[in-house]
Write a protein that binds this ligand. Structure first.
Ligand SMILES: [Zn+2]
Length: 82
């Protein structure tokens, strides 16, 4: 199943959501884990974890990264990397 990243428009929190193949990603209703904001922007960078994030230099799976004018906190990746 595809994994999408969503960034909260209010606080910049990034969370990953595993999307059921039976749903279109645009139909997902979800809230920010941090502030419960409902305005979430879907990011298209999920594939970079396996493809290698070459566009902005090497990045570990878990790191801080720049999100526009904000700096996001720890990006938690559930799985064997922890
Ligand atoms: Zn938020």
């Amino acid at each position: 199943m595809p994994i999408y990243e969503f960034r909260c428009a209010q606080c910049g929190n990034i969370q990953e959501v595993i999307v059921s193949s039976s749903k279109a990603s645009d139909d997902i209703e979800m809230k920010c884990d941090a502030c419960e904001g409902e305005v979430l922007e879907r990011l298209l960078s999920a594939a970079s974890y396996s493809m290698g994030a070459s566009k902005s230099g090497p990045q570990p799976s878990v790191s801080t990264k720049s999100c526009g004018e904000n700096t996001c906190g720890t990006l938690n990746i559930p799985g064997p990397t922890r």
